[in-house]
Design a binder for this molecule. Structure first.
Ligand code: HAM
Length: 416
């Protein structure tokens, strides 16, 4: 028997109310902040991610699903739902000609070949937003505020915003050399991954979760102490705006994010307990990405959230979500002629806008009523031989068990 591939999940009907709820809250927050929806391909040229997300990142190096299609093209299942793809679309469709910043949001799956565990999957779903074409720190504050308000609107209570600035191409080199200087006496003590990071991508050293690397990373120099004047001013403005919006945040010099495109502001939404590995969302500024992908310079900022993790949070905090409405009427029927009449009646009702389920198969009336009950349908129309002869139905209220016989015409009136 086949099973869903490891790290993927079926979203069965009982889980669907959570998904609809999160999607509705996402659409609502985007309406409030003026973000328009964009839908993007599930796979892209692999080069988009190697260039965009970065060759030295775990996401590209260890987790990306890369394949060659039958035409010999090297493609990748998108390891993030949107950022690099939105930038590609921005360039491809000349969106720089629209008023800047262009504000877009997306919702959909992303694929990472990771070790599956609770809250970590090989196919997960992201809701994310990108604002491209403006470097104003007020936009950073707006995006962080939007992420914050999104989680508040979901009814989640136990999360926090973690903030950092990792500078720009002007000030980062000096910071990286001081980081390497800090690590160089410890290269024998750090984990194997960090030995590679030290050579290839020193910023990632701060991301490490191995116990032996923690004291070294904690004592590492802070990027915020190495920012150039422009980046310092930008970061101070972001913090000042967040203060005036009363968005609580915590600064953490070890927050560098797992993707290479970030410049200046980076942030994460983390659960109060659980920490960085189970982040509910994350994002930041990527002022060089569009240029990196071959376009004229255009700064950008955005964030993405993990829908599965949000749903786990909603379930953990027992946040009530609206149920999806059940059909209004179930049509039970016994015998050939009754089936014929039930089929016609169902169709007539549906054409009038009533949601109807008709019993099929040849189960007893009792079994049909049980099915209606399981489906949460509030009322059942029963058609047997007598009803066919007299052009009537018996309407049963499933809560009170009261029944009333009536002409079909009256039933149609009732459900108009
Ligand atoms: P990311 O932090 O890699 O950022 O992913 C965003 C969110 O997706 C995470 O905070 C987490 O909730 C969820 N997530 C990531 N990996 C998994 C997984 N294996 N299983 C379940 N959930 C997961 C990005 O992807 C950036 N594109 C965010 C961004 C947008 N930056 C700027 N704009």
């Amino acid at each position: 028997m086949y099973r869903a591939p490891r790290g993927t999940q079926d979203i069965l009907p009982p889980e669907q109310p959570y998904w609809r709820y999160v999607e509705q809250k996402a659409a609502e927050i985007c309406r409030l902040y003026g973000y328009e929806r964009i839908d993007l391909p599930m796979f892209e040229d692999a080069g988009l991610f190697t260039r965009g997300v970065g060759e030295g990142t775990d996401i590209v190096e260890k987790e990306m699903y890369v394949f060659e299609d039958r035409g010999g093209n090297s493609l990748a299942l998108r390891p993030e739902a949107g950022t690099a793809s939105v930038c590609r679309a921005y360039l491809e469709h000349g969106l720089h000609n629209r008023p800047q910043p262009v504000r877009l949001f997306y919702l959909g799956p992303a694929f990472r070949y990771d070790r599956p565990q609770a809250g970590r999957y090989r196919q997960h779903h992201q809701f994310g937003c990108e604002a491209i074409g403006d470097a104003d720190p007020a936009l950073d504050a707006e995006v962080i505020d939007m992420a914050w308000q999104f989680f508040v609107s979901l009814g989640l209570g136990r999360f926090k915003i973690v903030l950092n600035s990792i500078g720009c191409k002007k000030c980062r080199p000096e910071y990286l050399s001081s980081l390497k200087e800090h690590y160089s006496p410890h290269t024998d003590e750090v984990c194997d991954d960090c030995k590679v990071r030290f050579q290839k991508n020193p910023l990632r050293l701060l991301d490490c979760r191995s116990p032996q690397c923690q004291p070294i990373a904690d004592a590492a120099p802070k990027s915020t102490d190495y920012l150039c004047a422009e980046c310092t001013e930008h970061y101070n403005d972001v913090k000042r705006y967040l203060g005036s919006l009363e968005i609580p945040f915590e600064e953490n010099h070890r927050l560098v994010r797992g993707l290479d495109y970030y410049t200046r502001t980076v942030f994460e939404v983390q659960p109060e307990e659980g920490g960085a590995q189970s982040s509910l969302g994350g994002g930041g500024r990527y002022d060089m990405l569009i240029e990196e992908l071959g376009g004229k310079p255009a700064p950008g900022i955005g964030f993405a959230t993990g829908i599965e993790r949000i749903i786990l949070g909603l379930q953990k905090e027992i946040v009530p979500v609206p149920s999806i409405s059940s059909p209004q009427l179930f049509i039970a029927n016994m015998g050939h002629e009754a089936r014929d009449a039930a089929l016609k009646l169902s169709t007539t009702l549906r054409r009038n806008g009533t949601a109807v389920i008709m019993a099929t198969g040849s189960r007893s009336l009792k079994a049909q009523l049980r099915q209606a009950n399981n489906l949460n349908v509030p009322r059942v129309a029963i058609i047997g031989e007598d009803e066919v002869k007299t052009g009537t139905v018996v309407l049963r209220d499933m809560t009170t068990s009261q029944q009333e016989s009536m002409p079909v015409g009256k039933l149609l009136e009732l459900f108009k």
